[in-house]
Design a protein around this ligand. Structure first.
Ligand code: 5RP
Length: 223
């Protein structure tokens, strides 16, 4: 199976976790796009969605799925999202699509995070994928130095020669060279650096379940 087919497989499998009559938290990315497309088929059986990005909101609305403001939604039964990396404990790196802050917000108001990913995302130790960090632009140089002190190299994410802006109007640093052996401690530490909006380690909001697309089918990993 191609990577695209594996993403479609787990996107479809995630429907099983959607609670009829309720709102579902929806992440961002190419795997989640497959989930959103599958969700279209059961749109009359859910109240709607809380979305983690402008891109996912547009896709949901195009399918006729109502999108609710996170502040009006209360606690959600489930949040479904992809990951750039996931380790054996359900800790993840996310933010390859620059949506990490809103993803963490919706994940935090959900009882259960169901991660959907193809098996290329499975790692023993987080850090192979450049770690996304959303930052306030004026703090970029100092935060870059702070990552250097930890052995990492940070670069501002650029597209077409200009810094990528998140849905919140902020910049993304991508940090290479880290081996994140204590995801909970690392997330807590980096999150309190002045100017950091959100670090892309999802340890405090880790996955409860991962639906992993493999050549043999969907592997369900419960943490
Ligand atoms: C977006 C994310 C995505 O979940 C992550 O980048 C995985 O994306 P994809 O499903 O396209 O591989 O965190 O900010």
């Amino acid at each position: 199976m191609t990577q695209d087919e594996l993403k479609a497989l787990v996107g479809q499998a995630a429907l099983h976790y959607v609670v009829p009559g309720e709102l579902v938290g929806v992440g961002t990315g190419s795997t989640v796009n497959k989930f959103i497309d599958a969700l279209g088929a059961m749109k009359t059986r859910i109240r709607g969605a809380v979305s983690s990005s402008e891109a996912s909101t547009a896709r949901l609305l195009a399918l006729g799925i109502p999108v609710f403001d996170a502040n009006e939604a209360g606690e959600l039964a489930v949040y479904i999202d992809g990951a750039d990396e996931i380790d054996g404990r359900g800790f993840m790196v996310k933010g390859g699509g620059a949506a990490l802050t809103r993803e963490k917000i919706v994940a935090a108001q959900s009882r259960r995070f169901v991660c959907i990913a193809d098996e290329s995302k499975r790692v023993a130790v987080l850090g192979r994928f450049p770690l996304p960090v959303e930052v306030i632009a004026m703090a970029t140089a100092r935060i870059t130095r702070q990552f250097s002190a930890l052995g990492g190299t940070a670069h501002v994410r650029v597209r077409d020669g200009v810094p990528v802006l998140t849905d919140n109007g902020q910049h993304i640093l991508d940090v290479t060279g880290l081996q994140i052996r204590d995801p909970l401690g690392f997330e807590s530490e980096v999150n309190q650096w002045p100017g950091v909006v959100t670090v892309g380690v999802f340890a405090h909001q880790k996955a409860a379940v991962c639906l992993l697309g493999t050549a043999a089918g969907v592997e369900t990993v419960v943490y």
